[in-house]
Design a protein around this ligand. Sequence first.
Ligand SMILES: Cc1ncc(COP(=O)(O)O)c(C=O)c1O
Length: 366
Amino acid sequence: MEYQEPLFFRVMQWAERADRDVVDMVSGNPDWGSPPAISEGLHEYADLGGDAFQYAPSPGLDDLREEIAARRGVDADRVVVTNGGGMANTLGMARALERDAGDEVIMTDPVYPYYPGKTTMLGGEQVFVPTERDGSLDPADVRDAAGENTACIIVNTPNNPTGKVYSEETLRELVAIAEAVDALLVVDEVYDHFDFTGEFTSALTFDSPNVVVTNSFSKTFAITGFRVGYAVFPEAHVDAAISRNMLTNVSTTRPGQYAVLHALRETDPDYYAESRALLENRVDAFTAALDEAGAEYSTPDGAFYVLAKFPGFPGTLENVRALIEDAGVAGMPGTGFGESKAEWIRFALVTPRVDDAAARLTDYFA
Ligand SMILES: Cc1ncc(COP(=O)(O)O)c(C=O)c1O
């Protein structure tokens, strides 16, 4: 699967240039605002000057690594602060592939499109395993696909685009498969604060030398432009990951790290609960409209995306364009996430105008 950056930009451009008002449900940029401590931290940082404006340590600011480690119940030496969750995934996948332990990267279909893109960029080979209609993953399919050439298994929970939250049992089995074939299991948990089930299990629950967990503050604190994320590596791999981070980025942005640390310390738990509740309400409103429109859809257990399939209206690029121009709602064509969702359109619930979008879709299809 090619990494289709132009597809994403093309759809965004159609939405921007349309001759009418369009509700943008394409991007993954949260719209609900950051906690106040993010801006406070940035203001505070702006006055520090001097040493505080120089290179940060490559693995991240010591205090931030410690704060993350305490929250995740791991040793701070295992935490690498990265240029967003994206770089955390790159470090995990690159480490998996550079060990001479094979060149295959197993991922799901549908998939977050950066995984196949990064696999190709890093010289690996893409291997896809199907998921169930509701996005759940049967570990037996991963076991069948895994072998001595498997370097990496990468999964994402809560999942973009399906909204699935993988069960503890599924994760336990994935860890066992990774250990059996000496693969690194990279578990991308960037949506961990957006779990509507209360049953999200972090892969850090399993103390395994084969597990890399990645995460990000991009969505948690609505700061996709800050570029602060992290990876928790097994001890045997952390030094190599820090070297790669150093050679690629030196370190990620110091003002961003400072503001995130301040926000972690000062943010009331209500902030997280409120953004989750807001999203749950949007899911309810949007899926109710999809019912009226006669669409099939996914009901997410977490994250903030809904996949929809409208009768007689497959999620092709042409139909996505028609929806922008004729209904005033922009979503992403399902083909961007793999063959299994070619009939579907993904809508990101990151707009206060979910109700407008819902009404427009009902009018258009009902
Ligand atoms: C599953 C998944 N992983 C990683 C990322 C990237 O996160 P970041 O912006 O922190 O690089 C995203 C962004 O949409 C995502 O959906």
